[in-house]
Write a protein that binds this ligand. Structure first.
Ligand code: BF8
Length: 640
C-alpha cells in the first residue's frame, strides 16, 4: 500500500474527490461550527504505525508487544513473521465472525419468540420457512408454519453452538457438492461458530500453534462457519420473520427529509426493533403524539445495514454508510438516533449532542455513555410494542426542544429500484437458466458483488463508485450490499435513470427487464444471497463456481467483519479484489501469507480452491483487474 501522504493533503483530498455532493455541503456546515467527524480524527492519527499496517506486531501475550523487524525476525516466544501475520489475521476474522454470530443469534431467537407467540410479529416469510424445512429434512405433515419455523431456527441455533464433531447442517443443506468434497479433502469443514471461535483463539494464544499453514486452514474453517452459520442464518431468519424483499421504486438521499417532521434515524444491523418502530409510526397513538407536538408527521430514515433492511422491505430511505453516519446526524434534522448493534461509531454521541439529537440504544451489547437505553431482548420480547412507542415518544419530546433553524438538509434526491432478494433477482431475469444464458451469450459479461465498508483512508465513496461505473460500462452486472450500497444509492446508478452510462448489451437487458445495473441486495449478512445465486447459476450449468465469470469486490474494507466476507466467496471459488490491503506485509513478496492468499504456488489458496485475492488500491486499476479476470474466465469457457 502506498503510504498516505501528509495529513493535510489527505484531508483535503478525502472530501474534494468524493462524488457525494450532499456530504460536502454538510461537512462545510460542520467545519464552520468546528464540529469534527471521523475524517478529522483520522487525520490526527497520521502517520499510522507501519507494524500495525503490515500485521507484524504481536500482542497475544504479556511478554509483548513484539514486532518483527529486519534485526528481530522472531518474537520473544520464537514466533516467526508468518505465524504473527496469520495469527493477527485469524483473530480479526473471528472477531468479525463473533459480531455476525450475535446478530444471527438475535435473529434466530426472534424467530423462536415469534413462533411461540411472545414476540408480536406474524411470520411473513412462509416461502423461506418451507424451503428451510425441506432442505434441512424437518418437513412434517403435522406441523404448522410456526412449528416448522421453530424447528428450523433450532437447527440454525445448533450450528451456532454445536461442540460435537459433526458438520454444520446449514452447510450440508446449502453448499455445492463439489465444494463440500474439496473442503473435506482439505479438512476445513467446521463444527459450529462457537467451536471455531474457541479453537481460533486457542490456536493463537501463547504456546499454542506456531505452524502458519495450520492457522491459515483454521481461518478457512472459521470462515465456512461464518458463511453458513452467520450470513445464511441471519439473512434467512430475518426473511422468516419479515418476509422476502420484493422490487420497488423509491426515493433516497437527504432531500427526502422534512424539516417539520419528527425525524427518526435507525442505525445498526439487527432490524427487529426497527421493524416495530416502523409499524408503530403510523399508529393513532404515534400520530397523535406528533400532532400535539406541532409536527407535520413522523419520518423514518435508515443508516448502515439496518437502513438497508428497511430500504429493501419498506422503501424507507437509507442515507448513510459507516463513514457517513456523523454527516447524517450533522444535518441537524434528526430528533432521535436509534441504534441496535454494530458499526455505530463511538463518536456518534458527541455530534448528536451538538444537535440535541436523542440517542437511544436498543441492544445490550452496544451501550453508549449518556444514551437512553431501551433494550430489546429477543428472549423476553413481550413488551416490544410498548418499547417502540416509548422510542417514538422520546423522539417527539426531542422534537419539541429542538431549534429547527440549525437544520441543514442538502436537496439531493435519487431514485432507486430496491428490494433485491435472491428470489426477486432470479425472477426479474426470468429464472436461473435465463441468467446463465445471458452470461453465456455475453449480454452480461460477468457478475461482481461490489460490497463492504467505507474507509477514511480513501476519498469518501470514490473507490466504490469509480469501480462500479467502469464495470457496468463493460456489461458487468453488480450486486451490492451494506455500506457500498449507500455509495451507489447516493449516485443514482441503482435506478434506470442513469442507464445510458451502461454498456450496450447490459443496457438492453436493464431496459427490457426493468433491472438497474447495480442491484442493492440488503445488509452485509445478505451477501448470502449473492453466494446462493453464484452456486445456483454454476450448478444449473453443470459447472464449478471457480470457472465462472464472477468476482467479489470490496473497495474499502474496514470492519473486522469484512475479513470473513471475502473468505466466504474465496472458499466457493470466487476471486476477490480488495482496495484496502489486509494487515499483511504487502511489499514482502517472499512472505508466505501473501503467497498463500495471492500467489500461484502449489500450496496457495488458488491451487486449493481455484480463487485468489488481488489487492488494488487504485480503483481504476482495480476495475481493469476485475475486467481482465472476468475476460480470462470467459476465454477459458470459450465464451466471447
Ligand atoms: O455490516 S459494510 S462498515 S455497516 S461491516 Fe459495517 Fe462494513 Fe458497513 Fe453493515 Ni458491513
Amino acid at each position: 500500500m502506498d503510504k498516505i501522504k501528509s495529513a493535510a493533503e489527505h484531508k483535503e483530498n478525502i472530501l474534494k474527490s468524493s462524488p457525494n455532493t450532499a456530504v460536502k455541503q454538510i461537512k462545510e456546515g460542520l467545519d464552520s461550527s468546528h464540529i469534527p467527524t471521523l475524517f478529522d480524527r483520522f487525520e490526527k492519527q497520521l502517520p499510522q504505525c507501519n507494524f500495525g499496517l503490515t500485521g507484524l506486531c504481536c500482542r497475544m501475550c504479556n511478554w509483548g508487544p513484539c514486532k518483527i523487524t529486519p534485526t528481530a525476525d522472531r518474537g520473544t516466544c520464537g514466533k516467526d513473521a508468518d505465524a504473527v501475520v496469520i495469527g493477527n489475521h485469524l483473530r480479526a476474522m473471528v472477531a468479525g465472525l463473533s459480531a455476525h454470530a450475535i446478530h444471527a443469534h438475535e435473529a434466530i431467537m426472534s424467530v423462536i419468540s415469534a413462533s411461540d407467540g411472545m414476540l408480536n410479529f406474524p411470520l411473513k416469510g412462509a416461502e423461506r420457512i418451507y424451503e428451510l424445512a425441506e432442505r434441512l429434512g424437518i418437513l412434517s405433515d403435522g406441523k404448522n408454519l410456526q412449528g416448522l419455523a421453530r424447528d428450523a431456527a433450532n437447527v440454525m441455533l445448533s450450528d451456532l453452538s454445536n461442540m460435537h464433531s459433526e458438520p454444520m447442517k446449514m452447510l450440508n443443506a446449502f453448499a455445492p457438492t463439489e465444494r463440500k468434497k474439496l473442503w473435506k479433502e482439505f479438512d476445513i469443514i467446521p463444527r459450529s461458530v462457537s467451536y471455531e471461535v474457541m479453537e481460533s483463539l486457542h490456536m493463537t494464544t501463547l504456546g499454542s500453534c506456531s505452524d502458519w499453514n495450520a492457522l491459515a486452514k483454521q481461518e478457512l474453517r472459521a470462515a465456512l462457519a461464518y458463511c453458513y452459520g452467520t450470513l445464511f442464518t441471519s439473512s434467512f431468519a430475518t426473511e422468516m420473520l419479515f418476509g422476502l424483499p420484493a422490487p420497488q421504486e423509491c426515493e433516497t438521499g437527504y432531500g427526502v427529509l422534512k424539516k417539520y417532521n419528527v425525524n427518526i434515524l435507525l442505525h445498526g444491523h439487527s432490524p427487529v426493533m426497527a421493524e416495530k418502530i416502523i409499524e408503530k409510526m403510523d399508529s393513532p397513538e404515534a400520530l397523535e403524539m406528533a400532532k400535539m407536538a406541532g409536527a407535520e408527521g413522523i419520518m423514518i430514515a435508515g443508516m448502515c445495514c439496518t437502513g438497508q433492511e428497511m430500504l429493501a422491505r419498506h422503501g424507507i430511505p437509507s442515507l448513510a454508510n459507516i463513514s457517513g453516519q456523523e454527516f447524517a446526524v450533522g444535518t441537524g434534522a434528526f430528533d432521535a438516533l436509534v441504534v441496535d448493534m454494530q458499526c455505530v461509531i463511538q463518536g456518534i454521541k458527541t455530534i448528536a449532542d451538538c444537535f440535541k439529537t436523542e440517542v437511544i440504544t436498543t441492544c445490550n451489547s452496544n451501550r453508549i455513555p449518556g444514551a437512553t437505553h431501551i433494550p430489546f431482548d429477543a428472549e423476553d420480547s413481550h413488551n416490544i410494542d410498548e418499547k417502540a412507542l416509548l422510542i417514538i415518544r422520546k423522539a417527539v419530546e426531542a422534537f419539541k426542544k429542538r431549534d429547527r433553524k440549525e437544520i441543514n438538509i442538502p436537496e439531493f434526491v435519487n431514485k432507486a429500484i430496491v428490494g433485491w432478494s435472491y428470489e426477486s433477482i432470479v425472477s426479474a431475469f426470468g429464472g436461473i437458466k435465463e441468467i446463465a444464458r445471458l452470461l453465456k451469450n455475453g449480454g452480461i459479461r460477468g457478475i461482481a458483488t461490489v460490497v463492504g465498508c467505507t474507509n477514511p483512508k480513501v476519498a469518501y465513496e470514490f473507490n466504490h463508485l469509480t469501480t462500479a461505473e467502469r464495470l457496468i460500462k463493460e456489461d458487468i452486472l453488480i450486486i451490492s450490499t451494506g455500506c457500498a450500497g449507500h455509495a451507489f444509492l447516493n449516485s443514482g446508478i441503482c435506478s434506470l435513470d442513469e442507464v445510458e452510462s451502461v454498456g450496450d448489451a447490459l443496457q438492453l437487458i436493464c431496459r427490457e427487464k426493468a433491472i438497474p445495473p447495480v442491484m442493492i441486495s440488503g445488509g452485509c449478512v445478505d451477501n448470502a444471497r449473492a453466494i446462493r445465486l453464484f452456486i445456483d447459476i454454476a450448478e444449473g450449468m453443470g459447472m464449478s463456481i471457480k470457472d465462472m465469470p464472477f468476482m467479489f469486490v470490496s473497495p474499502e474494507p474496514g470492519n473486522e467483519k469484512s475479513f470473513g466476507q471475502s473468505l466466504s466467496f474465496l472458499l466457493h471459488g470466487v476471486s476477490v479484489c480488495t482496495g484496502i490491503p489486509a494487515p499483511v506485509p504487502f511489499t514482502d513478496r517472499e512472505n508466505n501469507i501473501i503467497k498463500f492468499f495471492s500467489g500461484d504456488e502449489s500450496w496457495s489458496i488458488q491451487a486449493m480452491l481455484g480463487a485468489r485475492i488481488y489487492t488494488k488500491r487504485d480503483p481504476f486499476e482495480a476495475a481493469e483487474t476485475i475486467i481482465e479476470h472476468i475476460g480470462r474466465k470467459r476465454t477459458a469457457l470459450g465464451w466471447k
